[in-house]
Design a protein around this ligand. Structure first.
Ligand SMILES: Nc1ncnc2c1ncn2[C@@H]1O[C@H](COP(=O)(O)OP(=O)(O)OP(=O)(O)O)[C@@H](O)[C@H]1O
Length: 251
């Protein structure tokens, strides 16, 4: 049995009196590539915020790498990539190398010079995402898909074991989206990074991930992508309520 990197037990969360998550139980194991799907307002962002420690636990528990999140300090073990539009100010004049180096800031702190080893980590992360030839370019001059690769490099430069991605392909054109998911597969299979991908796109999730969690306040489904493909459209539209345009999981 592979190690459980994330263990969520009886987790509930409410905003004032509005319940966003109700009694969630979910494990993410080492090596998983789990797609987290669900309708708008289903609680995906709330769950990610809880996992990142941005909002406090109200009820239930989360353990990260076997440690209660309330005492968890090893933030280098977790990388996070959000939607491009939220993640970066396009006009900011920084090179690819500089942006990726900020991923090490938590370790070394600002205004300290990087060691040779840290420079090498930056180079390696940029190489992993296939962007070495752009290392001294301004981030603002790159395409949306290329920028998103750089944000992946920034997230993996500290060697996290778990990478959380929140709708990372919003605003990226179709051709680059495919390449982006190929990169995620490579990170998962070759670099042994466990992935949690929040996505609205059921087709993509079932194509690239190896597991699916379907969240609409409660966790309606958690299993392999093949098992997920066998769910009837009726059942799926029940999960999704009236959000029918999303019910397109049969290829
Ligand atoms: N800060 C907040 N204050 C009050 N209610 C909130 C707040 N944030 C989220 N909610 C509510 O909690 C529920 C879950 O929202 P959440 O953003 O977690 O869902 P989501 O699945 O990420 O949705 P989307 O796919 O639209 O991003 C929604 O009903 C939302 O309106």
């Amino acid at each position: 049995m592979k190690e459980s990197l994330v263990t969520i037990k009886n987790l509930s969360y409410a905003y004032e009196d509005k319940i966003a998550l109700n009694d969630i139980n979910l494990d993410i194991h080492e090596g998983d590539f789990l797609g987290l799907i669900g309708p708008n307002g289903g609680g995906k962002t709330t769950l990610i915020k809880l996992l990142l420690g941005l909002i406090p636990i109200q009820q239930g528990s989360i353990h990260l790498f076997g440690q209660d999140i309330k005492h968890f300090k090893d933030s280098n073990n977790i990388g996070f990539v959000s939607q491009k539009s939220n993640a970066f100010n396009r006009g900011f004049p920084a090179t690819v190398r500089e942006v990726v180096a900020t991923g090490l800031v938590a370790k070394v702190g600002y205004f300290k010079f990087f060691t040779k080893a840290e420079h090498q980590k930056v180079m390696k992360a940029i190489e992993t995402v296939g962007m070495s030839e752009y290392i001294d370019q301004n981030i603002g001059d790159l395409s949306g898909g290329q920028q998103q690769r750089i944000f992946i490099a920034r997230a993996i430069v500290s060697d996290p074991k778990l990478l959380i991605l929140d709708e990372p392909t919003v605003g990226i054109d179709t051709e680059h989206v495919q390449k982006f998911y190929q990169l995620l597969n490579q990170l998962n299979q070759e670099n042994n990074i466990t992935l949690l991908l929040v996505s609205h796109d059921i087709g993509t999730v079932t194509k690239y991930a190896n597991g699916v969690a379907c969240l609409n306040k409660v966790l309606h489904f958690h299993g392999g992508t093949e098992e997920f493909a066998n769910i009837s459209d009726e059942e799926l539209s029940h999960f999704y309520g009236h959000d029918l345009k999303l019910v397109t999981h049969h290829h």
